[in-house]
Design a protein around this ligand. Structure first.
Ligand SMILES: [Zn+2]
Length: 328
């Protein structure tokens, strides 16, 4: 199955890329911009393979020596530059290594593709080093820069790249794709958790995120006793704190929505609507907004060096207190 048969929301971008190739005007540097999980990597890899293929049609042939090397992830003319660990910076050595490579001729198809992802993880020295490469165009080389945060890239880099935006697919397309992956039932919730991006939604499902969320929600909404926050925080201390805080933010926002309009069904967590109705009735709006502020402040603190378990415990204590204030 071709990329656009599978991820049909990428068809407009694929057609633009094909048009570049057909007109012989592949940009030297292409910046692909889109949210995590929207299909940037799939698009960039399919395009790279197509560029390197020795007998391409609309897509790569998948049979030539170049395609076979690409599939085996050993193509010498396809260079992938990524952080050594997710979340880390792309060090300047990686970009310098790239330059040494660019000095040589491509070995197979007269062309070379460099994929840099996520491009905004280049630190200042890396970006400066890449800029020099961009200033000396090389007709054999195509650079593909992937990012979900173009505003974090220096303007000097942005101005030298052709930009291609990959929007979040329409909800129906995304849900249909998830249904094909066997996720018809939980599709809407997964898609909401993944901010509309289907591939991220799939990876959340594979990580058992629906079950985890259910478990944490039950603990959160059921908090009644003083000692409980510490116990719950300890139990969840190994789980990604960012995700737990995001969940609590989205539940609190849904409570505020339900409070303002009990029939509201445009919720982030439609599957939890019934169980959110009771706290929505008993809590007051002011407490909910205060709690939301504290959660947002907590989320910001997570980027620094803090004790996550304690932060989580505090967020749970505040939630318990916002309920007690109503009762007394
Ligand atoms: Zn081929």
């Amino acid at each position: 199955m071709s990329l656009i048969d599978d991820m049909n929301w990428l068809a407009p971008q694929w057609h633009s890329l094909s048009a570049y190739v057909n007109s012989g005007r592949v940009p030297q540097a292409l910046l692909m911009v889109g949210r995590e999980g929207v299909g940037k990597s799939a698009l960039a890899e399919t395009f790279s393979k197509r560029l390197l293929c020795r007998s391409p049609q609309e897509f790569a042939c998948s049979e030539c020596v170049s395609c076979r090397l690409f599939e085996a992830k050993t193509h010498p003319d396809f260079l992938r530059i990524e952080p050594e660990e997710p979340g880390k910076a792309i060090p300047v050595e990686a970009i310098r290594g790239l330059k040494a490579n660019l000095a040589l001729k491509p070995q197979y198809s007269g062309r070379r593709v460099v994929l840099i992802s996520p491009a905004h993880h280049m630190n200042v020295s890396s970006a400066n080093s890449l800029l020099k490469t961009l200033e000396e165009p090389d007709e054999h080389t195509s650079l593909l820069l992937l990012t979900d945060s173009p505003e974090s890239l220096p303007a000097t880099i942005l101005s030298r790249c052709q930009r291609m935006d990959i929007p979040v697919p329409e909800r129906d397309l995304a849900l249909a794709w998830l249904a094909k992956q066997g996720l018809a039932e939980n599709g809407p919730v997964l898609l909401a958790l993944a901010r509309g991006t289907p591939i991220r939604a799939l990876s959340l499902a594979n990580d058992g995120m629906i079950e985890k969320r259910e478990e944490f929600f039950t603990a959160w909404v059921g908090l009644t006793q003083r000692g409980e926050p510490a116990t719950v925080a300890e139990k969840w201390s190994k789980f990604t704190c960012e995700t737990l805080v995001e969940w609590m933010i989205s539940w609190t926002m849904d409570l505020i929505r339900l409070k303002s309009a009990p029939q509201n069904r445009a919720l982030d967590n439609p599957d939890l609507a019934e169980r959110l109705l009771h706290p929505a009735k008993t809590l007051n709006l002011r407490c909910l907004f205060d709690y939301l502020d504290r959660l947002n402040a907590g989320r910001k603190m997570l980027s620094g060096q803090i004790n996550r378990q304690l932060l989580l415990e505090e967020m749970l204590i505040l939630w318990l207190r916002s309920q007690c204030r109503v009762k007394t």
